[in-house]
Write a protein that binds this ligand. Structure first.
Ligand code: SF4
Length: 313
């Protein structure tokens, strides 16, 4: 289902598409971006999908990454010879900031255990992990390590999810890392909507609290939620994730599914600080200060864990 945007937005979109094509620039966007950005991106995805695309398909020498800084860092680490721009350097994930490198180093000094970090971390922390994971493959990655206990971070709820599904002991780093967007969801939010739409299926992200995950019909990554809805025979869904995902689902299901986001305020401010105007600015000025470049030593160390994850998933 094509969403139509106001004329002013359409003009901006057309201008960006022309500039982008003229300079052969690859625009990558996360599912939590504003709909008007998702609509003109060369590629859309969640953390895992975008990491894979950055590694295999980013043919242009310049990438503009509409997402948060840790994602642009990952794209840059996987493409050391390309220039990666982020339209606003303030697009920082607060959860990634909860897990500095020194927190990981200190747990590694205490326990002789494998370290699995969610891609939602700073490059400096990734450099100290054995392998990375995303919400789509966390259980599979942790199981692959042949260890009963794992140092895992930064999202405590995702760590809980891994323990729930695999029985592995999780040593969290930091002690209580969380995504403030997914942590907002409460059981009550879903029960209210379930009364209104009794046949609706509940699908939530594993960054949600354990009691929310336990009551859901399905728990999955952002791309997993989209797939679940697309492939299900049901018509109504109560969703526990960032509201930006609604755009991609509507596009792919031609508006055939009725989506009920459990909270209207499940909005990631860091994701939403990227705008069409800021993307246009990059395409006109290519400002050096918007280039994301990870120091070589850190990039080389972090790359190992990212590549290992991509090989395993
Ligand atoms: S949705 Fe949560 S984990 Fe994702 S970027 Fe925003 S704050 Fe970080």
């Amino acid at each position: 289902m094509e969403q139509s945007f106001p004329k002013q937005i359409q003009r901006l979109q057309e201008e960006i598409i022309k500039l982008k094509e003229k300079e052969d620039i690859f625009l990558m966007a996360h599912y939590y971006q504003r709909p008007e950005i998702q609509a003109i991106a060369d590629v859309l995805g969640d953390s895992l999908g975008l990491s894979r695309i950055a590694q295999q398909k980013a043919k242009s020498d310049i990438i503009i990454f509409a997402g948060v800084t840790f994602m642009a860092e990952t794209a840059s680490i996987l493409n050391p010879n390309k220039t990666v721009y982020i339209p606003d350097k303030a697009a920082k994930c607060p959860m990634a900031a909860m897990c500095p490198a020194k927190a990981v180093q200190s747990l590694k000094a205490q326990y002789d255990l494998p370290v699995v970090l969610y891609v939602n971390t700073l490059a400096e922390a990734k450099a100290h992990a054995d392998i990375m994971c995303t919400s789509a493959n966390a259980v599979e990655i942790c199981r692959s390590l042949n260890s009963d206990s794992i140092i895992f971070g930064p999202d405590w709820n995702l760590g809980w999810h891994v323990n729930w599904k695999s029985g592995l002991e999780i040593i969290p780093v930091p002690e209580h890392g969380y995504c403030y967007v997914h942590k907002k969801f409460e059981v009550e939010d879903f029960l209210k909507l379930k009364k209104q739409y009794p046949k609706a299926l509940i699908t939530v992200h594993p960054e949600c609290n354990p009691e929310v995950q336990k009551m859901a019909d399905h728990v999955g990554s952002t791309a997993g939620i989209k797939k679940f809805i697309k492939n299900s025979d049901a018509s109504d869904f109560i969703i526990g994730t960032e509201i930006g995902l609604g755009f991609a689902i509507h596009q792919e299901t031609a508006g055939q599914k009725r989506l009920h986001f459990a909270r209207d305020d499940a909005i990631c401010q860091a994701m939403k600080c990227i705008t069409l105007e800021k993307i246009r600015e990059i395409l006109i000025k290519f400002p050096k200060e918007n280039v994301i470049k990870v120091p070589e030593e850190i990039a080389n160390a972090a790359r190992k864990g990212i590549v290992k994850m991509l090989e395993l998933s």
